[in-house]
Design a protein around this ligand. Structure first.
Ligand code: SF4
Ligand code: SF4
Length: 731
């Protein structure tokens, strides 16, 4: 070993020792913070599926690849990072000796080829990512960026380190080529040979370049160790765990569909026994999230994909799912020293720690602990109430997040505490909740008018009890029974089912609200009350039938989602289809035959709770495709990336006082397609988009209409003579 190698070896060992020591401390800190969360025992079930999903998502970048160029570039950078780790390891042999290399695989042509290839593609990938970050920087003139609110220096730093380490890899190899110590053939390592042709014959160059490479890598480790909230770097390690522990590993759209039940001590809360002094009602302190919630916050990469799709953020509301996650993360880590010292409030609000326990806690952590989780800026709140109540629970953030963060569950958990314990929510929603409790529907309509929509139909609509051998129970829903526009859809669906010879029955006055708006606003008590009543009624209606024969068809995606995905949590197992799915089946089976094309073109608005939350994208398009007998003109934001109408998450019952109205934004997008018909598959979307069209004074040019009505209008005249007019026009 020469004198140069002695110095490079000592320096490499010293910086590595410091970096590893700091990194171990940082990992212990992250683990300690995550462990502050509440138990979530369900996250350890089904480890086989979890492992498969985690491997598929990381190795295949299945979520990232939806953003094709970014996804591909990130894939090469990720693979490059893994291979780079091998090359960094190799550098430790090179600081000791200019001819050093990895034992066993070092020197194999195939190793030389693979590392060369990955290094080249990784370099291209990181340059693409840097270009994208620069092009989308928040400070660029005009427009909001998905990086607005992200810590930009951290992103640039991480990317610069990756680029520098890749370049140093070629420099080390180049010096080996120049000094004739390189064992790989030209065909396997052309770039290294080309670099070598430019470098002098200087054997110390190998060890010095290797030291620089190690120093850059260890500086990166030191910086991220000193910044445990640097998600852009830590996600490289945490994302594997966050994906592994996601809520529904076997389901496309994990974290969507059903809400996570309200839990206390890792068990679902039953309101018949719940006690607010012993049980946790939602989340009022950051440590009341589960450990998976805290892992979510730690894993956020600050990429802003969620933000770029959020309807609230895109219409000028203060909510950004990314900024919400970052606020919770920063608060959790700032409060952690106090919590780790034994601090925290019990469920009655009393301090758990003794004065002695808190004596040495940093004053900043003590001050952080005093901040309310939900509160305005004047109170030092972490999440502003306007942020919390702006969410439509549309799920676009969950859908887009490459590391499977479950924003909607966290938002609703915080709403639960506000509603159930603080009674603090937008006052206008109080009427809806009172109506649900007293009348069983959000409008407060008399229960004995639930069947009024059947009047004037040219056939009898059977009730459960009057007939027992029905195939489908037609769940009408509150909107479908009481709201004038939705009643037209109900009549159209009933007419189509009757026309196609489907045997169905309704519950009539036995039906009550599924509880979706109560649950999404955070009132789990009212949700459970309504849901238990409905589960009992439905179990009675289907008495003696196996699950595959307990079929329900619903026109409202919110009912569809609650009946199919959430009632199982309360003992109600049913086979639920949306009316567009059943109609698509009836058309393809030849039981309904559309013949008259719809004039003027059709565009389709995907309801969030049908599309994103339940992956029903094709069926409504199939029905429309047959009905219009031509192309559906898609909006720029469609299918998984569809834009909310603004009504979900009980927003239908709250005033939209901040920013541009979401429904107006969506209507403008729909009208930009030039289609004269905006087809919908949800009564709430119908109301919101109709209001948007009327607000723009465009009622004469554009019509908002349910897929069922489009189909009914286009049926063979002989199929639907008579009923057609009454079903689509009357109420
Ligand atoms: S659910 Fe929708 S509205 Fe709520 S934060 Fe996510 S993207 Fe925004
Ligand atoms: S998409 Fe996920 S990782 Fe990216 S900023 Fe949003 S929450 Fe963070």
């Amino acid at each position: 070993m020469g004198s140069v190698q002695i110095v490079t070896t000592i320096l490499a060992a010293a910086i590595t020792a410091v970096a590893v020591w700091l990194a171990v401390r940082a990992v212990m800190k992250i683990v300690a913070v995550v462990r502050l969360g509440q138990p979530a025992p369900e996250r350890f079930a089904d480890r086989g599926t979890r492992t498969k999903t985690m491997l598929a998502e990381t190795a295949g970048h299945t979520r990232m690849l939806r953003w094709s160029v970014v996804g591909a570039a990130h894939w090469f950078v990720m693979v490059g990072f893994i291979v780079l780790s091998l090359l960094v390891l190799e550098a430790y042999f090179e600081v000791v000796s200019p001819t050093g290399g990895l034992p066993l695989i070092g020197g194999l042509a195939v190793y030389g080829l693979v590392t060369e290839l990955i290094a080249v593609l990784g370099t291209v990938g990181i340059l693409v990512l840097i270009a994208i970050r620069v092009r989308n920087r928040p400070s660029r003139p005009g427009g909001r960026s998905r990086f607005t609110g992200s810590t930009m220096w951290q992103g640039y730093f991480v990317e610069a380190v990756v680029l520098a380490v890749l370049i140093m890899g070629f420099v080390i190899r180049g010096f080996k080529v120049a000094t004739d110590h390189f064992e790989y053939p030209l065909w396997a390592t052309p770039v290294s040979h080309a670099v070598g042709a430019l470098l002098p014959d200087w054997s110390a160059g190998v060890s010095i370049a290797a030291l620089i490479k190690i120093a850059i890598s260890m500086t990166w480790l030191i910086v991220i160790a000193l910044n445990v909230t640097m998600g852009v770097a830590w996600h490289r390690f945490l994302a594997f765990f966050n994906i592994f522990f996601k809520r529904d590993p076997g389901r496309a759209g994990s974290g969507l569909g059903a809400l996570r039940p309200m839990m206390s001590q890792g068990k679902p809360l039953d309101f018949e026994e719940a006690d607010p002094e012993k049980d946790q009602f939602g989340v009022a302190q950051v440590e009341q999230f589960t450990w998976k919630g805290l892992l979510d916050f730690s894993t956020c990469t600050e990429c802003g994909r969620c933000q770029s799709q959020c309807p609230a953020w895109n219409t000028g509301k203060p909510l950004s799912p990314k900024l919400l996650v970052l606020s919770l993360r920063d608060h959790a880590y700032a409060k952690a020293p106090y919590l780790l010292a034994g601090g925290g409030k019990d469920l009655t609000g009393e301090e758990k720690a003794t004065a002695a326990q808190l004596a040495h806690v940093d004053v900043l952590a003590l001050a952080e602990a005093e901040k309310p989780l939900i509160g305005g800026a004047e109170d030092g709140g972490i999440i502003d109430p306007d942020v919390l109540w702006s969410c439509t629970t549309c799920g676009a953030c969950v859908e887009q997040c490459p590391v499977d963060i479950e924003h909607v569950d966290h938002i609703v958990d915080m709403r639960r505490y506000q509603v159930l314990i603080e009674s603090s929510f937008p006052s206008e929603a109080g009427v809806m909740l009172r109506n649900l409790e007293n009348k069983g529907n959000p409008w407060g309509a008399p229960q004995n008018t639930r069947e009024d929509w059947t009047k004037g139909l040219g056939f009898e609509v059977p009730r459960v009890g009057e007939v027992d051998d029905f195939e489908y129970l037609f769940w009408v829903g509150c909107a479908g029974a009481f709201e004038d526009r939705a009643k037209k859809t109900t009549r159209a669906v009933a007419t189509l089912l009757n026309e196609a010879g489907v045997s169905f029955a309704i519950l009539g006055e036995g039906e009550t609200c599924t509880g979706d708006p109560a649950r999404r606003i955070g009132n789990e008590f009212v949700f459970q009350m309504l849901a238990q009543q409905n589960v009992e009624t439905l179990n009675e209606a289907f008495d003696g039938r196996e699950k595959s024969k307990r079929k329900i068809v619903a026109t409202c995606p919110h009912c569809f989602n609650t009946l199919g995905n959430e009632y199982g949590q309360l003992g109600g197992e049913f086979e639920v289809v949306h009316h567009t799915q059943l109609l698509a089946h009836l058309v393809s089976a030849g039981k309904l035959t559309p013949v008259q094309p719809v004039d003027g073109g059709v565009t389709y608005h995907d309801p969030c709770y049908l599309g994103r939350h339940n992956r029903v994208f094709a069926a409504p398009r199939e029905v429309l495709g047959d009905s219009v007998q031509g192309e559906i003109v898609e909006m720029p934001r469609n299918s998984e990336r569809s834009f909310c109408c603004g009504a979900g998450g009980a927003r239908m019952w709250m005033e939209e006082k901040i920013g541009k109205r979401i429904n107006v934004d969506r209507v403008e997008e729909a009208m930009s397609t030039g289609a004269r018909t905006i087809a919908v598959g949800c009564p709430f979307c119908s109301t919101m988009l109709n209001d948007g069209v009327n607000g723009k004074g465009a009622g004469e040019q554009v019509e908002v209409v349910d897929v069922a009505s489009v189909l009914l209008r286009s049926l063979k005249p002989a199929d639907a003579a008579g009923e057609k007019e009454t079903a689509t026009s009357g109420s």
